[in-house]
Ligand binder design. Structure first.
Ligand code: RB5
Length: 155
């Protein structure tokens, strides 16, 4: 059976520490015939993860048919940055279950991973789970709307 990716486009970003894993993920996406755009970095030269997290968040924001993948050494800096950007729900995932639940219950629109934490085989499975799982809505929609409502009251 053909793989079903629920996004029409996947935006990718990494820093230098996530560059190699991002390349592996890109090979996987090519094999699965998933459409993607790589927003950098495009070399292994040392760079700063917030710039790429912001670029992918901006690309995904407001597009119901888009998802993002951010990779750094641990995934944490990417997630911290992305979650400060409007419209972003970024989740660090280290296994397939976490990836499925991040989509099904949290409607995460950006997957963050760490090249220093997950190997390429596991990362490929995490990506496939993330891109093929739908948000369940219902009570989970009320809860993610509550995140935005509470954040708006703080600003
Ligand atoms: C880079 O050395 C590393 O700090 C970065 O990729 C990331 O892991 C930060 O969260």
């Amino acid at each position: 059976m053909d793989y079903v990716c629920l996004a029409n486009i996947v935006y990718l970003g990494s820093d230098h520490a996530g560059y190699s894993l991002k390349k592996e993920i890109i090979d996987n996406l090519d094999a699965l015939k998933v459409k993607y755009e790589d927003l950098g970095t495009h070399t292994t030269e040392s760079c700063d993860y917030p710039d790429f997290a912001a670029a992918v968040s901006k690309a995904v924001n407001g597009k119901d048919d888009a998802l993002g993948i951010l990779i750094c050494g641990t995934g944490q800096g990417m997630a911290m940055t992305a979650n400060r950007m409007p419209g972003t729900r970024a989740a660090v995932c280290t296994n397939e279950f976490a990836a499925r639940m991040a989509r099904a219950h949290n409607d995460a629109n950006i997957l963050c991973m760490g090249e220093r934490i997950v190997g390429p085989g596991l990362a490929g499975s995490i990506v496939q789970a993330f891109l093929s799982t739908a948000f369940e809505g219902g009570r989970h929609l009320r809860r993610i709307q509550r995140i935005d409502a509470l954040a708006a009251n703080e600003s």
